[in-house]
Design a protein around this ligand. Structure first.
Ligand SMILES: Nc1ncnc2c1ncn2[C@@H]1O[C@H](COP(=O)(O)OP(=O)(O)O)[C@@H](O)[C@H]1O
Ligand code: SF4
Ligand SMILES: [Mg+2]
Length: 338
C-alpha cells in the first residue's frame, strides 16, 4: 500500500480563490484510420483552482490522456474553451501560445518520453532554459543542477545518460525538467504507474512537497484510486469522454453518488480508514464500450446494475448534489447508500 505523507493544504486558498484554469465544454474528436469520428473527450467542463490537485480517474480508454494533452495544447481541441489568465489557450497561436505553454507543463507515464537518450541528464533538464535563452549558460547550468538536487539527483548523476538511471530516478529528472520554466500548472499523467510499487510512495511524496513549496496546481491523472485519494483535493470520475462525478475527494470517497464511482471504488483496495471502505464489492462487468459508438442516454448504462428505460432515452444532466459536488445520473440520490 502506498503511504503518502498528508500535505498541509492551503485550505482557504484552494477553495475560495478564483479558478486558474477554466475548461468549458471541451471536445476532442479524432478521425480513425477508417475515417470514423472518435469522440475521446466529449463535452467536459471544470475549473482548476490555484495550488490544488485536481484528480482525474477512470478506466483505460476513458479519454484521460487526451484531456491532459489538450489542456497543455499538445493537441488541438475540436471544440470548447480552455481559459487561462484571460486567454483561450485552445485558440492561441505562435508566440503567445509558446509563452503560455511555459506555465503549463505535462509529465507522462513513460519516464523516457521526454528524455533524449543521446543527451545527458543535465543537458535534458537545461534544454527548456536554453530554448528560451534565459541568462547565460553557466547560470542555466546552475539552475538545472539546483532543480536536480531538489529532486534527489546528484551532480554526478546529472552527467549520466538516461539508460544509466532507474525508472524512479528518470521520473525525478522529469519533475526537475518540468519545473525549469516555473510552471503554474503541471498535468501528471499516470506518473507513478510505470514505477516499481516500492518507490511510488516516495515519488508521490516528492510531487506533494514540490507543490507545497511552489504553490503549483496539478491535474493528476490516474487509473489508480489509491493514488488519487491520497494526493487530490478534488476528483473527477471520467467515463467514455465525459465526467460522471466531480467533488471534494473526501466527499466522493465517503459517499460516491454515481454507480460508476461506486463500482470503481469497490474494485480496488482503496487505502481508506475502515469506516469509509466499501463493504460490498460491486463487480464492474464487461469492457468499456467503444467511444466510436457510445451507448445512447447515459453512457454507463450498459454496465450499470441500476439501468432503467429512461437511462437509454435521456442523457443525465450534470447537476449539483451537494456544495461543490456534481453528478450525471438520473437516480443518484435514490441509489446512493446512506
Ligand atoms: N491519436 C489518436 N487517434 C485516434 N484515436 C485516439 C488517439 N488517441 C487516443 N485515441 C482514442 O481515444 C480514446 C481515449 O484515449 P486516451 O485519452 O488515451 O484514454 P485514457 O488515457 O483514459 O486511457 C481511446 O479510445 C483511444 O483509442
Ligand atoms: S443514469 Fe441510469 S444507467 Fe446511468 S448511472 Fe444512473 S442509473 Fe445507471
Ligand atoms: Mg492514458
Amino acid at each position: 500500500m502506498i503511504t503518502v505523507k498528508p500535505a498541509p493544504r492551503q485550505a482557504a486558498a484552494t477553495t475560495e480563490d478564483q479558478p486558474m484554469l477554466s475548461v468549458e465544454d471541451l471536445r476532442v474528436t479524432f478521425t480513425t484510420a477508417d475515417g470514423e469520428s472518435l469522440k475521446a473527450v466529449d463535452g467536459i467542463s471544470f475549473e482548476v483552482r490555484p495550488g490544488e490537485t485536481f484528480g482525474v480517474i477512470g478506466e483505460s480508454g476513458s479519454g484521460k490522456s487526451t484531456l491532459g494533452r489538450a489542456i497543455v495544447r499538445l493537441l488541438d481541441p475540436t471544440g470548447g474553451r480552455i481559459l487561462y489568465e484571460g486567454d483561450d489557450i485552445a485558440r492561441l497561436k505562435g508566440r503567445r501560445l509558446r509563452h503560455k505553454r511555459r506555465e503549463l507543463q505535462i509529465i507522462f507515464q513513460d519516464p523516457n518520453a521526454a528524455l533524449n537518450p543521446r543527451m545527458s541528464i543535465l543537458d535534458s533538464v537545461r534544454e527548456p532554459l536554453d530554448v528560451v535563452g534565459e541568462g547565460d549558460r553557466a547560470s542555466r547550468t546552475g539552475r538545472a543542477l539546483d532543480l536536480l538536487d531538489r529532486v534527489g539527483i546528484s551532480a554526478e548523476q546529472a552527467r549520466r545518460y538516461p539508460h544509466e538511471l532507474s525508472g524512479g530516478q528518470k521520473q525525478r529528472v522529469n519533475i526537475a525538467r518540468s519545473l525549469t520554466l516555473n510552471p503554474k500548472l503541471v498535468v501528471c499523467d499516470e506518473v507513478v504507474a510505470a514505477l516499481d510499487v516500492s518507490i511510488r510512495g516516495d515519488v508521490l511524496n516528492l510531487f506533494a512537497e514540490i507543490q507545497r513549496e511552489r504553490g503549483l496546481a496539478y491535474v493528476f491523472i490516474t487509473h489508480d484510486i489509491g493514488v488519487v485519494s491520497h494526493i487530490s483535493d478534488r476528483v473527477a470520475v471520467m467515463y467514455l469522454g465525459r465526467f460522471m462525478e466531480l467533488g471534494p475527494v473526501a466527499a466522493v470517497a465517503e459517499r460516491p453518488m454515481h454507480p460508476y464511482t461506486r463500482a470503481l471504488m469497490s474494485a480496488e483496495p482503496v487505502p481508506l480508514p475502515s469506516h469509509l471502505r466499501q463493504k460490498r464489492r460491486i463487480l464492474l462487468e464487461g469492457e468499456i464500450p467503444s467511444p466510436l459508438n457510445p451507448p445512447s442516454g447515459c453512457r454507463f448504462r450498459t454496465r450499470c446494475p441500476h439501468a432503467q428505460a429512461t437511462c437509454a432515452e435521456r442523457v443525465p444532466d450534470w447537476r449539483p448534489v451537494a456544495p461543490d459536488h456534481f453528478v450525471a445520473c438520473h437516480f443518484a440520490e435514490e441509489l446512493a447508500p446512506g
